[in-house]
Design a binder for this molecule. Structure first.
Ligand SMILES: [Fe+2]
Length: 213
């Protein structure tokens, strides 16, 4: 079972209100955890029906695998959406509450600078990519390319398989509309002011050794 992690923000962040964080954690993130568990329970029941089905040859009598509409299809679509919603939000919350000082992430900063010229260049590029996203902007370690890559995801389940997120920014409107209305750029500046680079550095140091190539 997925578990709701405790609310992580003891005090208001610089430019991201406690109200935004409370709604984000208490309703949206918690909602993904609850739905992921509900989906998981339903999948267990359906899995048992499928395994128990002894229709000889052909499709099981449950017709569970219909790709136009079936309960199994709906649950499987919801499963990746909810579980990615959990993991992305947990990393996003972990990354907030810092002081925005990238010098606290020397190895990640060096890798970013090697690829994008400087951390300032990266922040500029990442922020513009975040303006172009409908859901998430992600800096990931790509296990295939064995390098840092910036990817966008319009929904939680738009993922590049074989990548591990290192730094993620939620750009769904619920992340900033209370504080900034439609001014997403101002929210992105606040995101980087509050970024805990040490958290990203720790993830980077763990994942960069892994390669699929
Ligand atoms: Fe969110």
């Amino acid at each position: 079972m997925y578990k709701i992690k405790p609310f992580p923000f003891k005090k208001e962040l610089d430019g991201i209100s406690q109200k935004t964080n409370e709604i984000h954690h208490g309703r949206l993130y918690s909602g993904y955890v609850n739905k992921a568990n509900e989906i998981s329970d339903e999948l267990v029941k359906l899995r048992e029906e499928i395994i128990a089905d002894d229709t000889p040859g052909g499709l099981p009598a449950t017709k569970a695998g219909n790709p136009t509409y079936s309960k199994l299809r709906a649950l499987k679509l919801g499963e990746t959406f909810a579980v990615n919603g959990i993991y992305l939000h947990e990393l996003f919350f972990d990354l907030l509450g810092g002081d925005g000082d990238y010098k606290k992430a020397p190895e990640l900063s060096a890798a970013i600078s090697k690829k994008w010229g400087s951390v300032e260049n990266f922040i500029k590029y990442f922020s513009e990519c975040a303006m172009a996203a409908r859901g998430w902007a992600i800096l990931a370690w790509d296990l295939h390319e064995k390098e840092l890559k910036q990817y966008n995801g319009d929904t939680h389940d738009h993922a590049v398989w074989g990548c591990i997120p290192v730094l993620v920014c939620d750009v769904y409107e619920h992340a900033y509309f209370i504080d900034y209305g439609s001014d997403r750029k101002a929210y992105l500046a606040a995101f980087f002011r509050n970024l805990n680079w040490e958290t990203a550095e720790n993830i980077f140091k763990k994942v960069r050794a892994f390669s699929l190539s």
